[in-house]
Design a protein around this ligand. Structure first.
Ligand code: GDP
Length: 301
């Protein structure tokens, strides 16, 4: 049903991990091997800290395990990379309860609207009764865009007036879900970071309404990150984490970048699991994140 993660990673594989396989594919480990490996990991947007850590761990393993050939090093690299993608807590979105409330946050342009539409479609196909609340009231266009996606996904949209109170829209969404028997509510939120508008305060208000209105809500707070923006996205993520309890990441546009290495600092530096990846602009271009498949897809020929 959904596009294979392998297709989406073809750029990352071609530009970076394919080269790693070439560098480590033959011969003995020497200084050049280490230099090339380090440069390529940084190029893949693994981030300096994660790259340095990996290199250090691999150096130790080469010494203690007496590795000589670079194909052994390649194997060790894959193992260490897999190790970074630690087991995630249970994904609350998939637990059964009367009403699951999910806040979706992220800066404008990250792919938030598109991701909400895809998620609505994905869970509808899994027989959930999905509803969306248009909590980005700042721009009329945001509500219109979300309406288009809700129609594509064939789920109802609860929206207020442009300029209205997003916390009130969240509340209306919760009320409508209960009254009409929907069990999965996605709440869209505003996403402008660099204006006078106090985004974080607004997110806290929406978060507060969820907490007060539904037991243990919001059950997930998904942060949509724009994969092509690399390290910038990680900096933004830190800001969101300061104001709301972000529980997971949707990594959008993984198909349009070679920066697939970003997944690693998301786990290691942000301490967040990646739950879904965006694999294109269509309704079905979303894939649940699978760590084993991800590692295999990065390195396969
Ligand atoms: P928002 O402002 O965060 O709501 O962002 P949008 O959902 O409007 O998306 C911004 C742009 O990114 C649009 O042109 C989308 O088609 C595009 N986009 C979103 N997700 C993906 C994806 O997974 N892959 C690709 N290639 N494009 C995407």
């Amino acid at each position: 049903m959904f596009k294979d993660i392998r297709d989406s990673l073809s750029r990352t594989r071609r530009s970076v991990f394919g080269q790693i396989v070439n560098v480590l594919g033959m011969g003995e480990i020497d200084d050049e091997t280490w230099e090339d490996l380090e440069a390529l990991l940084i190029q893949a947007d693994m981030g300096i800290a994660t790259t340095m850590d990996l290199i250090e761990t691999l150096h130790k393993r080469v010494d203690t395990e007496g590795m000589h050939s670079s194909d052994q090093l390649l194997q060790a690299l894959k193992e260490e990379m897999r190790g970074i993608l630690t087991d995630s807590p249970d994904f609350q979105l998939e637990e059964s309860r009367q009403l699951t409330v999910v806040m979706v946050v992220g800066v404008n342009g990250s792919g938030k609207t598109t991701s909400i539409g895809k998620l609505a479609h994905y869970y509808t196909k899994l027989n959930r009764k999905v509803i969306i609340a248009a909590g980005d009231t700042f721009r009329a266009a945001a509500i219109d865009q979300l309406r288009i996606w809700s129609e594509r996904a064939d789920v109802p949209l609860i929206a207020g007036q442009p300029g209205g109170d997003p916390a009130a829209v969240a509340y209306d969404g919760i009320r409508a879900s209960r009254a009409r028997g929907y069990d999965l509510l996605f709440i869209d939120t505003a996403g402008r970071l660099h204006t006078k508008f106090n985004l974080m305060l607004e997110l806290e208000k929406v978060y507060g309404v969820c907490r007060k209105s539904v037991h243990a809500a919001p059950h997930e707070v998904l942060l949509v990150l724009d994969a092509p923006t690399g390290q910038n996205a990680l900096t933004q993520a830190e800001k969101f984490k300061e104001s709301v309890n972000v529980t997971g990441v949707v990594l959008a546009k993984l198909d349009s970048t070679s920066k697939g290495g970003m997944v690693f600092p998301i786990y290691r530096e942000l301490g967040l699991p990646v739950r879904f990846i965006g694999t294109g602009e269509g309704l079905e271009d979303l894939a649940p994140f699978d760590a084993d498949l991800f590692i295999d897809s990065l390195f396969e020929a």
